[in-house]
Ligand binder design. Structure first.
Ligand SMILES: [Zn+2]
Length: 259
């Protein structure tokens, strides 16, 4: 097993694109769609006999512990996605430590286990936030999956390996690219399926990512700035069909079971 399937467990309004429109204090009053979307995703995974790593937001574990428990009971790995989806570059070391502790406690309360993997909100482990790896190591995390080997205004570190590597005593599973094109999430929604398939075939160590809301064409619509709107809403209707093809064409597994 070489390719990993990863899910960032968060609702449609918790992504960075919405952070200005729907601040943290308004999360409670939004239409909560995570339970049905995740259960639908879990059913698809079961139908294709596929296990994945779920990077769970601490807030989600606190509010929907039964959902996190169900994901675990259905054979998936539970890892950590921070507490309230704040990118690391918006925090100092102390704030990141606190955010991490809060998230780990919520996940531990829901599952009985301490997660050993981490993915930063919005892939925010960058050159200027590499200190986050020291904090992860200190807190006992064994791996991180937050780096992207591209240069993008919000994320990415150009020049890092495009396969798992060791950094500051932590194992890094970077988000995959092929020929500089990332695979997964908004890219998966935007590309035609054949292109994702082509890119994934080039990379034996691919780490693919998806969000439960990316299957949900009925989520509430907001008037975001044009590029953000494009990234969030494009291709929602065809994601499930493409995802089913993907699970037929490739064998994926949990990060902690890769070898
Ligand atoms: Zn996220």
């Amino acid at each position: 097993m070489a390719r990993a399937l990863t899910v960032d467990l968060e609702d449609w309004f918790q992504v960075y694109n919405f952070s200005r429109v729907i601040p943290f204090c308004e999360w409670h009053s939004q239409e909560q769609r995570i339970v049905r979307n995740t259960q639908r995703l879990l059913d698809i995974l079961d139908q294709h006999n596929t296990k994945a790593t779920f990077f769970v937001l601490g807030w989600t574990a606190e509010h929907y512990p039964f959902l996190v428990k169900e994901i675990q009971a259905r054979g998936h790995e539970i890892a950590c996605h921070g507490y309230n989806h704040k990118p690391i570059f918006k925090m100092n070391r102390h704030e990141f430590k606190e955010d991490l502790e809060k998230a780990v406690n919520a996940i531990k309360k829901a599952t009985g286990f301490v997660p050993k993997g981490f993915r930063a909100p919005s892939f925010s482990v960058r050159k200027d936030t590499l200190w986050a790896l020291d904090v992860l190591k200190q807190k006992g995390f064994e791996y991180d999956s937050s780096m992207v080997p591209v240069s993008h205004p919000d994320y990415g570190i150009k020049g890092i390996p495009n396969k798992p590597f060791e950094i500051k005593g932590v194992k890094e599973y970077p988000i995959s690219t092929s020929y500089g094109f990332p695979v997964g999430g908004g890219y998966f929604k935007a590309y035609p399926y054949w292109f994702t398939k082509f890119l994934l075939k080039q990379n034996r160590h691919a780490v693919f990512y998806i969000h439960p809301w990316e299957f949900d064409c009925k989520m509430p619509r907001y008037n975001l700035p044009l590029l953000k709107k494009f990234r969030h809403y494009i291709g929602l209707k065809s994601t499930e069909k493409k995802f089913r093809k993907l699970l037929k064409d490739f064998k994926f597994g949990r990060i902690d079971k890769l070898h």
